[in-house]
Design a binder for this molecule. Structure first.
Ligand SMILES: Cc1ncc(COP(=O)(O)O)c(C=O)c1O
Length: 275
């Protein structure tokens, strides 16, 4: 394909740039569940964008609502000002969240949601007088976005290495166990014992130093890994026992993608924070 624009300046994320730019794959438009490339090829968008276009591409009613709102009020500062739609949306959202999770803090991306959740957890511990609780626990193969907090609790080595000492964290093992769970139907039968590592890590660091644990209820970017039966419930119990904030990173599993509003509802385990 003849290049219509220069591809030099745009530094693409998670992409081998030289390789891509030598033979660009350009998407021109999308409709329903299909994208169309500049040479006219129809592509089934099997991941719905990056799992973020689940309502389908090119939905007229969404486009019209966006255009109407931009024409009426494109932006006003959320610092000491508000618009009714923000409040209305938050109220509607909490009607879908688990009981007790009834406050919404808006962010601009999943990465920012994770940073905010970690900060809220630390601020909560401070406010309670647990001033020594500042360590965070994540899990191997976990993906929590690209910012410093997210890569610290994240468990994907290439995303972490080279960025210095990061935040004070430790990590649970991932729960992938193909040898034992290859023939499980539904959630994996084996692996609930891996949740006991949380008790061990909290004992090792001291409960008075651990602020929060963050996991994806189902690992996404690190390979789609379902939680073993009883695993998330056990994490919940251990966090409650030690006053450790449990964060479910539901950037992928939330918003109805598991058939329930959030994974928390699907697995019947309520964390303290959901991203
Ligand atoms: C579980 C999880 N957390 C956080 C993020 C980061 O979201 P964003 O790409 O919007 O920054 C992702 C992105 O895929 C994700 O899967």
């Amino acid at each position: 394909m003849e290049k219509k624009v220069s591809y030099d300046a745009f530094w693409m994320p998670f992409t081998a740039n030289r390789n891509f730019k030598a033979d660009p794959r350009i998407i021109n438009r999308a409709e329903g569940m299909y994208c169309y490339s500049d040479n006219g090829t129809q592509l089934l968008d099997a991941t719905a964008g990056l799992w973020c276009v689940n309502a389908g591409h090119g939905r007229k009613e969404i486009g019209e609502a966006m255009a109407k709102q931009v024409a009426e009020l494109d932006y006003s500062s959320p610092f000491n000002f508000g618009h009714d739609i923000g409040f209305e949306f938050a109220e509607r959202l909490v009607s879908f969240t688990p009981p007790g999770l009834n406050k919404v803090f808006f962010t601009n991306s999943g990465s920012e949601a994770v940073e905010s959740a970690l900060k809220i957890a630390l601020a909560y511990q401070q406010a309670k007088g647990n001033t020594g609780k500042f360590k965070l626990i994540g899990r191997e193969l976990g993906y929590h976005g690209v910012n410093f907090g997210g890569i610290s609790v994240g468990g994907l080595t290439p995303n972490r290495k080279g960025f210095g000492p990061l935040l004070p964290t430790d990590h649970l093992s991932h729960t992938l166990d193909i040898a034992n769970n290859a023939f499980s139907q539904g959630l994996p039968e084996h692996g609930v014992d891996k949740a006991e590592q949380l008790e061990q890590l909290i004992q090792f660091h001291g409960a008075d130093s651990v602020a929060a644990v963050i996991v994806e209820p189902i690992s996404g970017a690190g390979g789609v890994i379902l939680p073993p039966k009883g695993y998330l419930r056990r994490l919940r119990e251990i966090c409650s026992k030690h006053d450790v904030v449990l964060i479910f990173d539901e950037v992928i599993t939330g918003w109805g993608r598991l058939g329930a509003s959030f994974a928390s509802e699907a697995f019947d385990v309520v964390p303290d924070l959901i991203t």
